[in-house]
Design a protein around this ligand. Structure first.
Ligand code: ATP
Ligand code: LTN
Length: 333
């Protein structure tokens, strides 16, 4: 049973690397805004994280740190359900079932699988391959209406819909068919030094991203060193991916339109723009970082939120799982 009549929103982030302003702009910032209108579930997908080798102690502390960063960004546990994927067993249980309704041909097409296989050639494991099925289970368990994600997750949402439609066609309606939601600006924030690639929180080179917890001087230096293109104009252009990316970051964080920014910097140079952008990011992140430090001093509070979140999510997920077990023909215990 749902908490309210609001449409259900679900999204997830995996506890790998460092949360970046790419994750903030593409995901977290929108989650915070959408909490009012939607019945939200936010999940830290730790089981997705182990598709890439993780150091156990580091993973455990990163999970706690990510939850504190979500809360510091404005996720409100009174409005939303915040939980850890491995705390709700229905996620792996539904993954098995959905795996039996997913074709290898479909999984072979996933670009994230191809990219991650290239990046970790000695660890192309079966978990990495069925990653999209686990993501489909995350979403379908909660009868989700809308999934806010960055552009890189488009294909995973499509396969989720395909699996749900296939299952519903076979057995009658078991799942709501979810819709993706992409931010208008910032659905794909690019790397600072390699603007042809997306900003990635697991990038080996930390100069490619701004982490939410970066110190002010680090932020200023990273923006100063960001690749800009030849020419002097501060203007969005397909042939100027470096400066276009910085303008998009400015716009997404300041809530100013791209045009307003271009007009404000019409007679200014790259150096001035970068200096202002660096300072603006520092100011935007300061309250988040302060709140983060406060929360990390009170870990019992964080554990309490996670316990409540897991209970609520389990209750809801079990309803869907039971329906699915009935439909496929299992005897219920
Ligand atoms: P990893 O390589 O560790 O998986 P990631 O940066 O791709 O890291 P995810 O956990 O996969 O991060 O993504 C969490 C959310 O942030 C997703 O909704 C994703 O689409 C969004 N996101 C990730 N990177 C960006 C980006 N550069 N721009 C906009 N949104 C992004
Ligand atoms: N694969 C996603 C993270 C993720 C997710 C989800 C996002 C796992 N489960 C469910 C939305 C809904 C990623 O961003 N890499």
């Amino acid at each position: 049973m749902k908490k309210s009549n609001k449409p259900v929103l679900l999204s997830g982030i995996s506890p790998s690397g460092n949360l970046t302003i790419g994750n903030y702009i593409g995901a977290l910032k929108n989650w915070v805004k959408m909490q009012k209108e939607y019945d939200c579930l936010f999940v830290l997908v730790d089981m997705h994280a182990i598709t890439v080798r993780q150091e156990p102690q580091a993973l455990r502390s990163r999970c706690l740190s990510f939850i504190a960063q979500y809360l510091a960004c404005g996720i409100d546990p009174k409005k939303s359900t915040l939980f850890v994927q491995s705390h709700v067993k229905a996620h792996t249980e539904l993954t098995w079932i959905l795996g039996c309704y997913t074709y290898m041909g479909e999984l072979n097409r996933m670009t994230q699988f191809k990219d991650k296989s290239k990046k970790h050639p000695t660890n192309i494991n079966a978990g990495l391959y069925v990653y999209p099925v686990l993501m489909a289970a995350d979403i379908l368990l909660y009868q989700t209406d809308i999934v806010p994600i960055g552009d890189d997750q488009r294909q995973h949402l499509e396969i989720t819909r395909d699996i749900a439609i296939r299952f519903n066609n076979l057995y009658g309606k078991a799942f709501k068919i979810p819709e993706p939601y992409f931010p208008k600006i910032g659905a794909r924030i690019m790397s600072l030094l390699e603007p042809a690639h997306k900003m990635d929180k697991s990038d080996n080179n930390a100069d490619n991203y701004i982490a939410l917890l970066d110190e002010p001087p680090t932020i200023i230096n990273k923006i100063r060193a960001a690749v800009t293109d030849s020419g002097t104009e501060i203007k969005m252009s397909e042939v100027k991916p470096g400066i276009s990316n910085l303008i998009a970051i400015y716009s997404a964080l300041s809530e100013k339109s791209l045009q307003e920014i271009e007009e404000a910097y019409i007679d200014k140079n790259y150096m001035t723009f970068k200096k202002n952008l660096g300072e603006m990011i520092v100011e935007k992140l300061r309250p988040i970082q302060d709140e983060y430090q406060r929360l990390m001093k009170n870990k019992d509070y964080i554990y309490k939120i996670l316990k409540q979140g897991a209970q609520e999510a389990t209750r809801r997920a079990e309803e869907t799982l039971k329906r699915v077990y009935e439909k496929v023909g299992f005897i219920l215990p």
